[in-house]
Design a protein around this ligand. Structure first.
Ligand SMILES: Cc1cc2nc3c(=O)[nH]c(=O)nc-3n(C[C@H](O)[C@H](O)[C@H](O)COP(=O)(O)OP(=O)(O)OC[C@H]3O[C@@H](n4cnc5c(N)ncnc54)[C@H](O)[C@@H]3O)c2cc1C
Length: 449
């Protein structure tokens, strides 16, 4: 079942605001709906909340936050932030949606940190490519698992019911013109199914990176490449929406990453590139401007001979990366090759010394050097359901569904139509800002009914 009309059978369970998906979007939406005083139930298919959010570095861009002001940054504005994101998207992001997210970003971070005690810091150091100000906020560990843990603890504390091992398998309309959702079906691990009635439904089950058929259809360029996001993100919300007649936008948009350690399969932080590191291929040659950012460069890395490249940096960058558990683990696993000079690094990586020396001579890197073998891949998709300024899902005529909301990876993002439009942080920007708006609006819509 995907979408069906309600046949009048009483639901097994009823709730005011229901949420599908326990990543950043769902958890933030749940908190926001609880703030309005509604009973909220979140349904997550896995044994615990997490999703792609838990696999990420938890980096959320936001402007005008207290953390920025504390760091002396008092000239960041929604307009400046939107201009940075739009520049990366080559003017193809929906301007209204972008303005909405940027305006909502600072208040959302202040609300999470001050009202709900979620532990976030402002990330300083080299600016992330494309961001004109230090505006990335993350858990101190720079680990998305800690972001999920903080959000889930806050949600439980606020009285959100988080139901795990509960896969939503389809929506139930109220039987009228199909514009109102009456409930949905949930499958439990034993295979039994429950029906849940809801007054409002928020789709926070992310995009379709974990659905090979959808990837092949919408992003053929990466159909045979590696996917490094959450396997449970199978595009369910988008499929239900399409069946209901919702508008889908920018389905070819995705976030890639051009530095995934091989064979370890772990993300290497792009901060090594922003800090002055370079990418060279197995011939020791540079092949792209690293300032284009990790998403834009993902296909370029895969296109190199052998499908890989070396991320090359120096001992100073290595030391600062050692603060982070993921990098420390890569180091312990032997992924970080080292050389006292270009010739030593070339030997460690089995690449021609002469070309590597020339490449390094053009950088500001200092001996000794380090390198990690990397490839590129798909992290998550950025296209999805079109929503209005209250995050209500829109149909193909631009009319909102009455009580159906979406955010995060389930909704269309602000990265334009392809991978090159993704500015770092666009994923969690959408999850956090649209999640908060969705929770608030879904809860408020009930008062108006
Ligand atoms: C390795 C990696 C690194 C990244 N780094 C960053 C970063 O630093 N900054 C940034 O902004 N973005 C980053 N991203 C992207 C970011 O993680 C996503 O954009 C963001 O997490 C999306 O949040 P979400 O809540 O919409 O989805 P998710 O966090 O993926 O959560 C969706 C949840 O829905 C559940 N679900 C799916 N279908 C169903 C169903 N039918 N029933 C019940 N539950 C369901 C899933 O199990 C999942 O838990 C990264 C992504 C990856 C993979």
């Amino acid at each position: 079942m995907s979408v069906r009309a309600h046949d009048g059978t009483p639901f097994d369970l009823n709730v005011s605001v229901a949420i599908v998906g326990g990543g950043a979007c769902g958890l933030v939406a749940a908190l926001a709906a609880r703030d309005v005083g509604r009973d909220v139930m979140l349904f997550e298919r896995d044994p615990a909340p997490g999703g792609s959010t838990a696999m990420s570095s938890g980096m959320i861009p936001a402007c005008g936050t207290r953390l920025q002001r504390d760091a002396g940054i008092d000239d960041d504005t929604p307009e400046r932030m939107a201009a940075d994101i739009q520049a990366r998207a080559r003017g193809e992001a929906d301007q209204d949606l972008l303005d909405l997210m940027c305006r909502a970003s600072g208040p959302a971070i202040d609300w999470l940190t001050e009202r709900h005690g979620v532990d976030l810091e402002l990330v300083t150091g080299p600016l992330h490519p494309g961001h004109g100000r230090h505006r990335t906020h993350a858990p101190p560990s720079h680990d998305g698992k800690d972001l999920v843990a903080g959000l889930a603890a806050a949600a439980r504390q606020a009285g959100v019911d988080i139901v795990c091992d509960a896969r939503v398998t389809g929506l139930i309309t109220d039987g009228g013109d199909g514009r109102r959702i009456a409930g949905f079906a949930v499958e439990r691990p034993g295979g039994e199914t429950e029906s849940v009635g809801c007054a409002a439904l928020i789709l926070a089950s992310s995009g379709f990176g974990g659905n090979p058929d959808m990837v092949r259809r919408h992003i053929p360029a990466v159909a045979d490449g590696a996917y490094f996001g959450h396997g449970g993100n199978k595009g369910d919300a988008i499929l239900w929406g399409a069946e209901l007649g919702a508008e889908l936008r920018h389905m070819g948009a995705w976030q890639g990453h051009g530095a995934i350690a091989v064979p370890h399969g772990a993300l290497v932080s792009w901060a090594l590139m922003s800090g002055g590191g370079i990418l060279v291929n197995r011939d020791g040659r540079r092949f792209a401007d690293e300032a284009r950012g990790s998403s834009d460069l993902a296909p370029a890395v895969v296109a190199q001979p052998g499908g890989f490249a070396w991320a090359v940096y120096d001992a100073g960058l290595h030391e600062s990366a050692m603060r982070f558990p993921d990098y420390r683990q890569l180091n312990e696993l032997g992924a970080v090759r080292k050389g006292d000079d270009p010739a030593g690094l070339a030997r460690a990586c089995d690449i021609p010394a002469e070309d590597l020396s020339s490449a390094l001579a053009e950088t500001g890197l200092h001996e000794p050097y380090c390198a990690i073998r990397v490839t590129g891949g798909l992290l998550h998709t950025q296209g999805g359901l079109a929503v209005d300024d209250r995050t209500r899902v829109l149909d193909r005529a631009g009319r909102p569904f009455v009580n159906l909301f979406a955010g995060g990876g389930a909704a269309c993002g602000v990265s334009g139509p392809a991978h090159w439009g993704y500015l770092s942080g666009n994923g969690l920007l959408s999850a956090v800002t649209l999640g908060r708006i969705a929770g608030r609006e879904a809860a408020r819509a009930l008062s108006a009914q």
